[in-house]
Design a protein around this ligand. Structure first.
Ligand SMILES: C[S@@+](CC[C@H](N)C(=O)[O-])C[C@H]1O[C@@H](n2cnc3c(N)ncnc32)[C@H](O)[C@@H]1O
Length: 504
């Protein structure tokens, strides 16, 4: 979607030293994740409520930190005189000129949100802009999708990284420390200006910001990593550049996955958050597989959500309308549903697509459900998921699998619940789970749990399956097909790992 005329303020300090001054001032005040969370007594920042009485009480001292929190996080007016003291040696006038604040007589309000996030401080638009005449150019901040992609990004060394649809620049900045060079692309000039401002504020030097449509500004370059949180929402609207790709159904994401392989180096990864239309939800994997035919990439689609058309429309309209008693809500809902009906869309899938460029005879494709829990940084688990699927490709028949030795993940745990019985405690349920990254979990009977714990990297799987069959009072050939199917699943989810292979 091409933005209408851009009427952004500059988001720029004419004196280049002001970026460092602002950075130092925020650090000295304690305006970083930990300091702000501690002051507010909260566990996460994106959800700060504006005039919560408790938060007001906790930020009333007039200290620089309290003043900055009230101004930029709680979006309250503060006294100009107090702010002037708090931001010395900078001046209110320079902040106003840079587009950070607005002056109303003796009071000052924020013109952007300024949020600490993972040791960065990021400027982006105030939510109120969604209801203004400038709404189309709204630059989003740290949303749920931002955090999901940040946690799932593969953070290994990259010679060149692309953040496609960079918004305020967050993914580019998070990738900068593990990339020699990072390119941030966005079609919205306002987003680019905020990203450039944020790059200065966070002292990110190895970054190049470029305006343009998707891959146009980098058409002749190659990347080891492409990350994108694109405007993936599927709707008949084109109201917001950050949300509406302006193409039919899921064509935005299709176009990105279609074009990305051409820009990837061998072994390079493209990770994109995606929503897709499911014409027949039951066969979603088959529908998705068609997207990647001839891509020259191994592909792993992790679905985190599937919503009916009605639930999807309601969720996304609520995102921006904020109040569902709004007269526009039923009208919009009807409009969205009619669009889905016309396109024959039954439901929507959402999740992460990871592609790895691999020129070989036959690329693999996997699509499965993501675990309910993703704990902390999961990029290493995603990369390991690729190595495990590569391994499974090499042991296609059961005999080959049985000839290998496996070891259990160090993050494997077994939880059992017991219930009283005539003979004392009886096992009611056994749950295996992983404690880090992609923290898959599943029921496991004691027999399988025992097989797993004996996977020590030395014994051949064939012998362990034999022992398991004996414990069950049956023969190895009887249990082998089922056991191998289950073991493949346990390998795919990272519970069991090939003994010889070095894993992440
Ligand atoms: C969902 S937002 C993501 C922002 C940020 N990367 C994040 O994760 O928080 C999508 C971004 O894609 C940008 N965008 C939309 N259409 C685009 C296009 N055709 N080419 C490049 N960027 C586009 C929007 O301006 C917006 O910044």
């Amino acid at each position: 979607m091409i933005p209408k005329q851009d009427s952004s303020p500059v988001f720029f300090f004419p004196d280049v030293n002001d970026y460092k001054r602002l950075r130092d001032l925020l650090h000295q005040a304690g305006f970083l994740d930990a300091g702000v969370l501690q002051t507010l007594g909260l566990t996460d920042l994106p959800s700060v409520e504006n005039d919560h009485p408790l938060l007001l009480d906790r930020t009333g001292s007039g200290s620089p930190l309290h003043t900055l929190i009230r101004l930029f996080l709680m979006e309250l007016e503060v006294e100009a005189a107090i702010l002037r003291q708090a931001i010395r040696p900078m001046t209110i006038e320079s902040w106003q000129q840079a587009g950070l604040i607005r002056r109303h007589g003796e009071k000052v309000s924020a013109a952007v949100k300024l949020l600490p996030f993972q040791n960065l401080v990021l400027a982006f638009d105030l939510p109120a802009m969604l209801r203004s005449g400038q709404r189309q150019q709204y630059v989003m901040g740290i949303g749920g999708s931002t955090i999901t992609l940040a946690n799932l990004t593969i953070r290994k060394h990259s010679r060149q990284t692309l953040d496609l649809g960079c918004g305020c620049g967050v993914h580019a900045f998070l990738a900068a420390p593990h990339s020699d060079r990072t390119v941030a692309v966005d079609i919205n000039p306002r987003a680019l200006r905020l990203a450039e401002f944020n790059a200065g504020l966070n002292n990110i030097a190895n970054l190049d910001c470029r305006q343009g449509n998707f891959f146009d500004p980098v058409a002749h370059e190659k990347f080891d990593l492409i990350i994108s949180n694109p405007p993936f929402v599927i709707s008949p609207e084109t109201r917001f550049i950050y949300r509406d790709g302006g193409m039919e159904a899921d064509s935005v994401c299709r176009q990105i996955v279609h074009e990305a392989p051409r820009l990837l180096n061998q072994g390079g990864f493209c990770q994109i958050l995606c929503n897709w239309a499911q014409k027949n939800g039951e066969y979603w994997q088959k529908e998705m597989e068609e997207w990647f035919e001839g891509s020259g990439c191994d592909v792993w689609v992790m679905r985190s959500e599937s919503l009916s058309a009605a639930a999807y429309a309601s969720k996304w309209i609520r995102h921006t309308e904020l109040d569902d008693r709004d007269m526009d809500f039923p009208h919009r809902f009807h409009h969205w549903m009619a669009y889905y009906e016309k396109l024959g869309i039954e439901s929507f899938g959402a999740g992460l697509i990871t592609m790895r460029k691999a020129d070989k005879q036959k690329n693999w494709f996997r699509a499965d459900e993501s675990p309910a829990n993703m704990l902390g940084q999961c990029g290493a688990s995603v990369e390991q998921g690729f190595l495990l699927r590569d391994f499974l490709e090499t042991v296609g028949d059961d005999d080959a699998l049985l000839n290998t030795s496996l070891r259990h993940s160090p993050d494997l745990r077994l939880e059992q619940q017991f219930e009283p019985s005539g003979q004392g405690w009886k096992v009611k349920s056994s749950l295996i789970h992983l404690t880090k990254g992609l923290a898959y979990k599943g029921n496991s009977d004691t027999v399988i749990a025992n097989l797993m714990i004996h996977c020590d990297g030395r014994k051949k799987l064939r012998n362990l399956v034999k022992d398991m069959a004996a414990a069950m009072g049956t023969s190895a050939p009887q249990v082998t097909p089922f056991a191998c199917q289950l073991i493949r699943k346990l390998i795919e989810q990272g519970f069991l790992l090939p003994a010889e292979q070095k894993m992440k």
